[in-house]
Design a protein around this ligand. Structure first.
Ligand SMILES: Cc1ncc(C[n+]2csc(CCOP(=O)(O)OP(=O)(O)O)c2C)c(N)n1
Ligand SMILES: [Mg+2]
Length: 600
């Protein structure tokens, strides 16, 4: 077979002499790596030199954290590995936040961390820090190249484990180990097939579902990652069961399907919550039922206390972790859904007898929620009414509804952490999986923009749109440079409310409007900043301009243009994030008893 290194995208076969740099790069080739995100550094220059001949594009970013998020977005849209690399020491520590985010997004990102040279480690030379402990809690596996002859073996293992365990892995390489002569073979990638789960648990689940009078399915990220949407649809149709998306996985079930009822969790769908509350059997398909995604919302305690819960997750440790379950199935969401369809097809199902009445309830709840959203143009609490009064800017909810209406077909949307991004949960609907890339449970501001850049690299033909608050934008706008330099056209919708709104909401609700560090005064015009950086920048103040601007910006991606749409919105604020985790303040010391009024 091919043993010629000049043939791009085909790794050499057979045991032979090569340098560790060649072994490393050839292993990337064998793993199908086409794109690597990072910032150049002397630590891995010998390997970097080979990238162009190996057919690997090196995407030079503005900040390593951005590069890590890009690798995350790339893997989330493609299902393939996302890869990032940087300089030992500070370049690597800049990856910590993005790796933690990828960990909670279950993204197979391989974080390549060249480290200080083996001959001087521990002497406190230049750019030295212990790189393994730092990542130990945010990776699924850490490979340390302890001998240059093992470069290919350990590189391959880092890639295989990222897919096997669905999460980031680290490949740590002392920088001198790129040099030398070794003899080795390039390992082929290992694809380990996941099964549906244990036969007995699948049988038990089928018995529960067959007897259920009002079953509800919760579709999670596992359905997306397993490419299991067709099987989930088949199962839902067989049971005629309403399907809710788990928190921030609005792309796990098609929104136009009559059985779709919307997302659970913060700022989710009341229809989904009410239907779930009335379920007697819940099938949690490919979801760990994370605690933040199942908190009561709108005053509704929607998690059904007496229902039987069947949970399917590929990671056995997630079963029954947050919610007690009647049946836990350790399996792949796609295979498990198919196995349940096989067991239930042709069987008498209790939920079919009352099908018409249940479907009528589903239709009524959905219609009621849509009507509520239509009438909910602005927030109604005292603070919001006050700040919106007399403002010429747009109401955030109204603007989000307009964005929803104008969303181009096949769009990928990433969302940041913030008040307006969170409210967008009610207005983000998708017809296909791998379309929504939220900051998930790690919840770091600055996630959305770089993540959508990575997604665009993996899926250049799909419209790529990031929703970002102005505070989070201040952290991440530097990556406009990457879009312009590397010709990766995306659209950033920046919500300019002049505040770190999500945190300000806590000051309003719990601290009598005593504001500390939440106002973003003296901001530049973000549209002008975008133009100065070589992108398009448009300021939007009127609702009527929102839809046309989004459509034009998405279209401009086809002409290679990145656009920043700066939405001027009022300072009104939706429900708070952490009502569950905050309390009214207690002050024992006299000097801290000043109220807002006393502070003047
Ligand atoms: C890296 C990071 N720092 C701080 C926070 C705490 N935090 C959560 S939401 C938020 C405010 C976000 O403000 P902005 O991006 O302007 O969006 P808005 O809430 O105004 O819509 C902050 C500071 C965080 N989640 N992540
Ligand atoms: Mg803001």
């Amino acid at each position: 077979m091919n043993t010629m290194t000049d043939q791009k995208n085909l790794a050499v076969t057979g045991r032979q002499k090569m340098t560790p740099s060649e072994a490393f790069v050839e292993t990337l080739v064998a793993q199908g790596v086409k794109d690597v995100f990072g910032i150049v550094g002397s630590a891995y220059m010998d390997a970097l030199d080979l990238f162009p001949l190996a057919g690997i594009r090196f995407i030079s970013v503005a900040h390593e954290q951005g590069g890590g998020h890009m690798a995350d977005g790339y893997s989330r849209v493609s299902g393939r590995h996302g890869v990032c690399i940087a300089q030992n020491g500070p370049g690597i520590t800049n990856f910590v936040t993005s790796t933690a985010a990828a960990f909670w997004a279950h993204s197979p990102v391989v974080v390549i961390t060249p480290e200080t040279g083996s001959a001087t480690i521990g002497l406190g030379g230049f750019q030295e820090t212990e790189q393994l402990p730092i990542f130990s809690k945010v990776t699924k596996y850490q490979a340390h190249v302890n001998n240059r002859a093992r470069m290919a073996e350990l590189t391959a293992r880092a890639f295989d484990r990222a897919q096997l365990e669905l999460g980031p892995t680290q490949l740590n390489i002392p920088r001198d180990f790129f040099y030398g002569d070794i003899e080795c073979e390039i390992p082929r990638p290992m694809t380990i097939e996941r099964g549906a789960g244990g036969e007995r648990s699948l049988d038990e689940a089928a018995v529960l579902l067959a007897a259920a009078k009002s079953p509800v399915i919760v579709c999670g990220g596992g359905v997306v990652m397993a490419n299991g949407q067709p099987e989930a649809i088949r199962l839902a149709e067989l049971l005629q069961a309403p399907v809710a998306n788990s928190y921030l996985h609005n792309d796990s079930f098609p929104a136009k399907h009559p059985l779709w009822v919307g997302p659970l969790g913060y700022q989710g769908s009341k229809a989904a919550m009410k239907l779930l509350a009335a379920a007697d059997v819940v099938l949690a398909l490919g979801t760990r039922l994370g605690p933040f995604g199942t908190l009561p919302q709108y005053g509704i305690e929607y998690w059904p206390k007496d229902a039987k819960i069947i949970q399917v997750d590929a990671d056995a440790r997630m079963l029954g972790l947050v919610k007690p379950v009647s049946v836990g199935i350790c399996g792949d969401a796609k295979a498990a859904a198919q196995a349940l369809v096989t067991r239930l097809a042709g069987r008498a199902l209790a939920c079919i007898a009352n099908r018409e009445a249940r479907l009528a309830t589903v239709r009524a709840e959905k219609a009621e929620w849509e009507a509520e959203l239509d009438g909910w143009a602005q927030e109604k609490d005292k603070w919001s009414l006050e700040v919106a009064k007399g403002s010429t800017y747009m109401h955030p909810r109204q603007m989000l509804r307009e964005l929803e209406r104008a969303m181009p077909e096949g769009a990928m949307v990433s969302t940041d952490i913030g008040n307006i991004c969170s409210v967008s949960n009610s207005y983000l609907r998708f017809e296909r999986p791998r379309s929504m890339f939220a900051a998930m449970s790690f919840g770091n501001c600055g996630y959305a923009f770089p993540t959508i850049i990575g997604a665009k690299v993996a899926a250049p033909d799909r419209p790529a749109i990031a929703y970002v608050g102005d505070g989070a934008w201040g952290m991440s706008f530097g990556e406009i440079q990457t879009c312009v330099r590397e010709n990766i056209p995306v659209t950033a919708v920046v919500f300019n409310n002049g505040q770190w709104g999500a945190e300000k909401k806590n000051h309003v609700d719990f601290y009598e409007n005593r504001f500390v560090g939440v106002n973003l005064d003296k901001q530049p015009s973000w549209a002008a900043v975008a133009r100065a950086m070589g992108a398009e920048g448009i300021t939007i103040e009127k609702i009527a301009d929102v839809g046309p601007a989004l459509r034009a910006a998405a279209k401009a991606q086809g002409e290679g243009k990145t656009t920043v749409l700066e939405m001027m919105v009022t300072r009104e604020l939706g429900d708070p994030f952490r009502r569950d985790a905050l309390a009214l303040p207690t002050r024992h010391l006299a000097k801290y008893q000043a109220t807002a009024a006393k502070r003047g």
